[in-house]
Design a protein around this ligand. Structure first.
Ligand code: DGL
Length: 258
C-alpha cells in the first residue's frame, strides 16, 4: 500500500460532500476522490440486497482508481452494507452512523429525535445501537422526500420547509433537546432546521467524528501520505450541476458512467 494513494469517499449522491468537507478540513494533505451515485439516489427506500450491490459497485470503481481506504459517507449504505464490504474487500472502510450515543449521553430531557432514511432506521445495526440506550426516548422520523429535493436542486423550496415542519414539530412537542441528523444529506438543511427548532435544541451530525476516525485509521493501518497539496476529484453519474452547486463551483466535476 502506497501512502500517496487517494482516499475514496462515496454516497448515494451529493450529501456525502458534507463528510468530504470534514475530512478535507482535517486532512488537507490527503488526496480525496468523491463518488456521487446520484443516478441511483435515494438509497433509503431500497432493499438491503440492492444497497449492498450498489455499495460494492461504488467500492469497485474507487478501487480501480487506486484508493487505499474508503469512507462510506452514507448512513444508509453503512448500516446496511459495511459488514459485507469489510468481508469482501481487503482495504479499511470507515462508515457513518447516526450519532445516537452523544445525544443520549447528554440529553437532559432523556428524549432525543432522529431524522434518517427508512433504510437506516430499519437496519439491524441502527436498532442494536438504539437498544443500548433504552433509558432514552428516541423519536424516530423517516425523512421522506428530503433527499429527492436536495438531489434535484430544490433544497430551499417551500416544499422543503413544509416537510421539515411536519417532521420536526412532533419532536419539539415531545420535548427533545437533541436532534440527530442520521443522513449525510441533512447537514445542508441545518440553516432551515434552525429556523424551526427552538434554540435550546442541539443538532448533531457525524461529519467531524468520521473525519477523526479516518485520521486514526490512516495512522494505525495505512500511514498518512506526505503529499503537500491535496487535489480533490469529484465524480458523478448524472448531470454535474447539482454537485457543482453544492461545492460552490470550486472544483472540477467529472461526469462518468459507473
Ligand atoms: N446520504 C445517505 C445517508 O446518509 C442516503 C440518502 C439516500 O440515498 O436515501 O443515508
Amino acid at each position: 500500500m502506497n501512502n500517496n494513494q487517494p482516499i475514496g469517499i462515496f454516497d448515494s449522491g451529493i450529501g456525502g460532500t458534507s463528510i468530504w468537507k470534514a475530512i478535507h478540513e482535517l486532512l488537507p494533505n490527503e488526496q480525496t476522490i468523491y463518488l456521487a451515485d446520484s443516478k441511483n439516489a435515494p438509497y433509503g427506500q431500497k432493499t438491503k440486497a440492492e444497497i449492498i450491490a450498489l455499495s460494492m459497485k461504488n467500492t469497485e470503481y474507487l478501487l480501480t482508481l487506486g484508493c487505499k481506504l474508503i469512507v462510506v459517507a452514507c448512513n444508509t449504505a453503512t448500516t446496511n452494507a459495511i459488514k459485507e464490504l469489510r468481508e469482501k474487500y481487503k482495504i479499511p472502510f470507515i462508515g457513518i452512523e447516526p450519532a445516537i450515543k452523544p445525544a443520549a449521553l447528554h440529553s437532559k430531557t432523556q428524549t432525543i429525535g432522529i431524522l434518517a432514511t427508512q433504510g437506516t432506521l430499519n437496519s439491524e445495526l441502527f436498532n442494536k445501537t438504539v437498544e443500548m440506550y433504552h433509558d432514552t426516548k428516541i423519536i424516530e422520523q423517516i425523512g421522506h422526500g428530503l433527499v429527492q429535493l436536495i438531489e434535484s436542486g430544490n433544497m430551499n423550496s417551500p416544499e422543503m420547509t413544509q416537510l421539515l415542519n411536519e417532521y420536526l414539530q412532533p419532536m419539539i412537542n415531545a420535548n427533545i433537546d437533541y436532534l440527530v441528523l442520521g443522513c449525510s444529506h441533512y447537514p445542508y438543511l441545518i440553516p432551515q432546521i434552525k429556523k424551526i427548532l427552538p434554540s435550546h435544541i442541539q443538532i448533531i451530525d457525524s461529519g467531524e467524528a468520521v473525519a477523526k476516525q479516518t485520521q486514526n485509521v490512516l495512522n494505525e493501518k495505512v500511514g498518512l501520505s506526505n503529499l503537500e497539496k491535496s487535489f480533490p476529484i469529484f465524480y458523478t453519474n448524472t448531470d454535474p450541476k447539482v454537485l457543482d452547486d453544492i461545492l460552490e463551483n470550486r472544483y472540477g466535476i467529472i461526469q462518468t458512467a459507473f
